[in-house]
Every structure is written in C-alpha cells, then in structure tokens.
Design a protein around this ligand. Structure first.
Ligand SMILES: *Cc1c(COP(=O)(O)O)cnc(C)c1O
Length: 447
C-alpha cells in the first residue's frame, strides 16, 4: 500500500515507512516469517485490483497545488516500489521497524560510514568483506579521516577488544559468518562490550550470508543490520542492491540515513525493487533448501578421502556449532529443531545457510581441477542465488589481499568456497563427488 492510500502524511522526502496509522508491516508482524515475506508491503493495488504491484517508472509526480501531493514528489526521494519493498524488508528482518534500500551493498556501506562524519574511529571484524575493507581503508580514511581498527572479534578476549575502543569510536562492524572461512562472532557479547564503552558506539551486523531467515541480529541487540540484497534476499542473481534495517528506537538515526540516501542518491531503480521484492517472497523456502542441501554437501565432503577440512557452521564438527545454534533466528530455530528431530544424530548437524568452504587435498592444481570438473556448480564469484556456484577465494574474491595476510586468515590455494543452490540434493552431492574424484585422479597421475 502506498503512503497516499494509507492516508498518512509525507515526510520531507515523501517517505512514510513506519509512520502513523495502520501500516502493512505492523499488520504483517503478527504473521510468521514466510507469510510476512509474501504479504508485507505487497497489498493489492487499490485502483486496479492488481494483486502484484505495478512497476512505477515515473520520475516525477503531479501536485494538485504547490506542495499538495500523494506522498511522492520525485523518484529519488521516494518511489512506490521502493517504499513497498522497504516495508517488506522491515517486516522480514525481525526486530526491524525502519528499512532503507540502496543501489548496492557497497552504496549501503558507503552511506553508513559517511553518516559517522569526519575523524571518527570504528572497530571492524578483521576478515570483513573485501569491498567493505576497501571502502574503510582506501575511501573513508582518505575522504573523512575515518580510522578503522581491525580486530579478530571471534577469538580476541574481552580485554583486547576493550583496548581497541577510543573516545571517538562510533561504530562496530560485524560480519558473521565471516567470508570465506566462516568464523562465527558472538553478537550479544560484542553488543555488551559496546554498551559498556564510554563512546557508546553503534553495532552494525552485515547479515548478508545468513539472510533474515537464519539470523536476527536486531533481536540480539544490534543497532543496524546491513544486507547485500544481491545475494540471498533477491536470490536470483539478477539484481544488485543493498539495504539497512533499524529497530524502532533508532528512528533518529534512520532519519539521518534516509536524508543521506536521498542526498547522495545511492538509490535503486523501481524495476530492481520490484524484482527483489518478488525474489524475497520465496526467501523462507529458498533458505530452507539452501540449508538442507548445504548440510548434505558438507557431509559428502566430510566423507571424502580427498578433502582435508570442511568448514560449515551447521556441522557438529565446526568449532562454533553451539554458537551457530544459539544464534538462530526464532523462526529458523523452529525449522532446525524439526529437521534434527526428523533426521536424528546421523544428520551430523543442522542446516545453517548455504555457504561452505573446504580445503581440498593437494594444492592450487587440485582446487582448479575440482572447479572446472563440476557439472552443476558454476565457477563464478558471488553467492546466494538459486544456482550453485563455486570459486577459489585466494585468486578470485580475495585475490586483492596480500599473500601473507591471506595466509593469516587461512585463505590458502586449496581453499574452495561453495554457494550451494536449491537444485536437487542428490544431484549436487553426486556432482561434488565426481569433481573430487577428477581432482584426485589428477594428483595420482602427476605423483
Ligand atoms: C556482496 C557483499 C557485499 C557488497 O554488496 P554489493 O551488492 O556487491 O555491493 C557486502 N557484504 C557482503 C557480506 C557481501 O557478500
């Protein structure tokens, strides 16, 4: 429903998300996750009855008198498709009330960091997404004097983390699981440390890898959730977009971010919003399938004599498997508990997103052979789409990290990252098994 049809007043930028009166997100918040994914922000069109909202391509909106309009003036400031999708996002990210959509995950990151102003300090998880690292180190540092301390937020003890805080520390940047070694950060622990810090920094969680289905960082005390919607939320590898979601009590900060979103113009197109909203309607179905498929593939990798180590936080063998379970979103926990009940101990774990990393026996040659021998896993960067992808972080997504730093982070030449899609489980397992055999045959002939 558009703000105009909702009868609420427009703000400076024509946006009324989460404002007064009955709001679709509020109505939807009583429903379960999958119901919200399909209905929140997706009301039938009042004028035509169209069940699916039309794509509103107009850049400008007629005013009946100067300043008298239906909530929209100019499409950068507010657009029916973007507003509708932002309502969906606020309803999907549990604990969220305000959502903002951006032209990419990277534009989202840039906007948040710009909001901190000049000469701020932030603390970031040390193996943060490469583009985020680049923005912190090469853009924000030069343009606004932002200083970043990178900390191993998984293993550092409380004193070490406390020592990183400064009087001007304004933000803590968390990603969990990290990429590509899937280390888990204990979000409530970091939130507690932040709350005790004199500068009262905000805690942001980049929730891209788990999506709003598996994790609800806002319910764990985080102040802001960020997503590259390009990945799971859109889910079909055909839209580049990002988002921020904030809880109700962060309304003032949400307003500031919305001002910047409009001023910077880092906005997505109406068409992309429409596509991503369509993608998000099946998020719950896809995430369950990504999770069960990934667990099956992780088990197959674990069984294989050609694999040195499998990293999947849902496996009981993962060092933080307990934390993975504790950190599940409420709706994901219900799904996981049912899965474990049905599959018992031979499940060897539980579904926890679709990302797996593993170290193949051998080195770069075996890894490359594996990557070109798969039939269904496509050799490509990115993740989170319905189709399975595989890549070599050391030379692809993480190739710009200096070799010594890569070694410290555990990103060796034999580390393969899989984005497990939603194809049939047996087909994916068979594909991984035959590609492992092909890689092993290569080392046998060359030995
Ligand atoms: C892809 C990604 C980003 C950047 O998002 P874009 O949409 O590519 O700009 C940020 N964080 C994580 C974890 C990502 O995977």
């Amino acid at each position: 429903m558009t703000p105009a049809l909702n009868g609420s007043t427009s703000t400076a930028n024509g946006h009324t998300n989460g404002a007064n009166g009955v709001h679709p997100a509020k109505k939807g918040s009583l429903d379960g996750f999958g119901t919200r994914a399909i209905h929140a922000g997706s009301e039938a069109n009042e004028e035509t009855g169209a069940v699916i909202p039309p794509i509103s391509l107009s850049t400008t909106y007629k005013q009946n008198g100067v300043g008298v309009h239906k909530g929209f003036e100019y499409s950068r400031s507010g657009n029916p498709n973007r507003n509708a999708f932002e309502t969906t996002l606020a309803a999907l990210e549990s604990g969220g009330a305000h959502a903002l959509a951006f032209a990419s995950g990277s534009a989202t990151t840039a906007t948040v960091l710009q909001s901190l102003g000049p000469d701020a300090h932030i603390i970031s998880v040390n193996d943060v997404y490469g583009g985020t690292f680049r923005y912190m180190r090469r853009v924000a540092s030069e343009n606004q004097g932002l200083e970043t301390t990178f900390v191993d937020l998984e293993n550092a003890d409380d004193d070490t983390i406390r020592a990183a805080f400064r009087p001007n520390t304004k933000l803590i940047w968390i990603e969990s699981p990290t990429n590509p070694t899937l280390r888990l950060i204990d979000i409530p622990r970091i939130v507690a440390l932040a709350r005790a810090a004199p500068s009262d920094p905000l805690v942001l969680v980049d929730n891209t890898f788990l999506s709003p289905f598996y994790a609800s960082p806002l319910l764990q005390g985080a102040d802001i959730v960020m997503h590259s919607l390009t990945k799971y939320v859109n889910g079909h590898s055909d839209v580049v977009m990002g988002a921020l979601i904030l809880p109700a009590h962060r309304a003032a900060f949400a307003d500031k971010l919305r001002f910047l979103q409009n001023a910077i113009g880092a906005v997505p197109s109406a068409y992309d919003c429409w596509l991503a909203q369509r993608g998000a309607k099946t998020l719950h179905l896809r995430m369950k399938a990504h999770g069960t498929n990934a667990l099956a593939v992780a088990r197959a990798l674990q069984r294989s004599p050609h694999v040195q180590e499998v990293i999947y936080p849902g496996l009981t063998s993962h060092p933080r498997n307990d934390l993975a379970y504790r950190s599940l979103a409420p709706h994901a926990r219900a799904f996981v508990d049912r899965y474990v009940q049905e599959h018992g101990d031979e499940a060897l774990g539980f579904p926890y997103g679709g990302m797996i990393s593993f170290r193949i026996r051998g080195g770069a040659r075996e890894a490359e052979k594996f990557l070109t021998a798969t039939r269904l896993f496509t050799l490509a960067e990115s993740l989170g789409g319905v189709e399975s992808l595989a890549e070599l972080p050391a030379q692809m997504t993480h190739g710009s990290i200096p070799a010594e730093e890569r070694a410290l982070l555990g990103i060796g030449d034999n580390l393969v990252r899989l984005s497990v899609g939603v194809e049939e489980e047996e087909d994916l397992v068979a594909d991984v098994e035959q590609a492992l055999e092909a890689a092993a045959a290569l080392s046998a002939t060359s030995a």
